[in-house]
Design a protein around this ligand. Structure first.
Ligand code: UD1
Ligand code: CA
Length: 451
């Protein structure tokens, strides 16, 4: 699918995004658990970019750190003054020095562009094209650059602020993303001036400049939903909604049943197997894998968890990072699991917290069992052996090991290890006084009568 040519992707991330009304720079806001910048970097990488340059604003160690997190090898450039999109691309001049055959320009605030679309833009450079620009049919074109075409051929891109009435009537708009011939990119960009309404160096002028230099320019078109950018929180929510729609569809087409897809929320990296059933109102945080034939009942929340084949979860279950459920395990309602491996066929069915633990295969953890894993300073581990049976309402005070096949009496507070196949009971012994209640009632009633 990708051209065999080498490719440099330049991602523009210099905007503060004042309309977000946030202490965080815009490109660090998240969609489906990943920053806008992270989405853009992932998409250009998947489109075959073998080198990355990211242009950030001055004094933004947080943005630089996010770049490093997603693309450790990316070169980071600082655009110290905001003088337009072409000026921003030229901040990465060093990386543009002609080593790469294709140059892709992407905006970090446009997170839904598919890798196929970026790859298509590169493909459009085939046959000696100088510039390929990505457009879309805008429902409301106000504010966007317009694609001026003649006989279907892209002539120039005119920014809204520079456009006359006739040009403003054009609905084919510029998404902002572009591919340029790597051998020609610098000559094109360097020839862009700033004689326009905003006195900015417009990347969009690359089209007219390339044509003036005798090169061809072409347009590609993508759906508006795919190229929508984020400027404020309402647009952030719109982009999130579209991401979720796309991901739900992917998951269903890959063989999972979503009873009420619009109520299930995925993370960018959620992996769902075949014949998985997901009931309504389930939320996946980052880092979740669900194997085939698992059932996630309603109102469950999963994050950083691995769910084995034929596992059943919920309703109302919470899996936190490090929860690993082996084949056929069952985790029921109001159960929280954190950093714990639940063995094959083990059951943790009701009202339980299992943290920092290993639960053996086929063990049964009774209702209300709690692993007491934290003393205010340190975390400690609980190990429950294969086939062990922990009675309801037990507290397992870690570090502690319950041997394989052992029984723990209900209501026990277990502070010492239990041998395999033993019975441990750690609670007050039951005592009984015959007739005590009737005698107590009689005495109390007599006292009341005297008052
Ligand atoms: C840009 C396009 C416009 C297009 C629209 C799509 C230009 C001149 N205009 O306009 O045709 O319809 O996107 O949303 O390209 N940036 C920098 N440094 C700068 C200026 C911008 O890094 O000096 C970055 C921004 O952070 C952002 C991107 O470039 O990621 C686009 O900039 P923005 O100011 O939003 O451009 P628009 O005016 O929306
Ligand atoms: Ca914009």
């Amino acid at each position: 699918m990708q051209p065999a040519r080498t490719c440099l992707a330049i991602v523009l991330a210099a905007g503060e995004g004042t309309r977000m009304k946030s202490a965080r720079p815009k490109v660090l806001h998240e969609v489906a658990g990943r920053s806008l910048l992270g989405h853009a970097l992932a998409a250009v990488t998947a489109a075959g970019a073998d080198a990355l340059a990211v242009v950030i604003g001055p004094d933004r160690p947080d943005v630089a750190a996010e770049v490093k997190k997603h693309a450790p090898h990316a070169a980071i450039f600082v655009q110290s003054e905001r003088k337009g999109t072409a000026h921003a691309v030229l901040a990465a001049r060093e990386s543009l020095a002609g080593k790469h055959e294709d140059v892709l320009v992407a905006f970090a605030d446009t997170p839904l562009v598919r890798p196929e679309t970026f790859a298509g833009l590169r493909k459009a450079l085939d046959g000696g094209v100088g510039v390929a620009a990505l457009g879309f049919e805008a429902r409301d074109p106000a504010g966007y650059g317009r694609f001026v075409t003649q006989d279907g051929v892209l002539q120039e891109i005119v920014e809204h602020k520079d456009a006359d009435e006739a040009t403003r009537a054009i609905t084919l708009c510029n998404a902002g993303l572009m591919a340029l011939d790597g051998g020609k990119a610098l000559a094109i960009l360097d020839a862009i001036g700033c004689a326009n309404a905003q006195n900015e160096y417009y990347l969009t002028d690359a089209v007219a400049v390339a044509r003036a230099q005798g090169l061809k320019a072409v347009a590609r078109v993508a759906p508006e939903t795919e190229v929508q950018g984020v400027n404020d929180r309402a647009q952030l929510a719109a982009v999130e909604a579209d991401f979720q729609r796309r991901k739900r569809r992917e998951v269903m087409l890959a063989g999972a049943t979503l009873v009420a897809p619009e109520t299930v929320f995925f993370s960018h990296d959620t992996v769902i197997g075949r014949d998985v059933l997901i009931e309504p109102n389930v939320v996946f945080g980052p880092g979740v894998k669900v194997a085939d034939n698992a059932v996630i009942h309603a109102f469950s929340h999963l994050e950083g968890a691995s769910v084995g084949p034929s596992v059943s979860i919920g309703p109302y279950a919470r899996l936190r990072p490090g929860a690993e459920l082996a084949k056929g395990a069952r985790v029921g309602n109001f159960v929280e699991i954190k950093a714990a491996a639940i063995g094959e066929g083990a059951k943790v069915n009701h009202l339980t917290y299992i943290g920092d633990a290993e639960i053996g295969a086929n063990a049964n953890i009774g209702a209300g069992t709690i692993t007491c894993n934290y003393d205010g300073f340190f975390k400690a581990k609980t190990i429950v052996g294969e086939g062990a049976f922990v009675g309801s309402n037990s507290a397992l005070v870690a570090p502690v090991t319950i041997g394989a096949g052992a029984y723990v009496g209900s209501g026990s507070v277990i502070t010492r290890d239990v041998k395999p196949d033993a019975l441990a009971v750690a609670r007050g012994r039951q005592m009984e006084r015959e007739g005590w209640a009737s005698a107590f009632r009689a005495a109390a009633q007599a006292r009341k009568a005297r008052q």
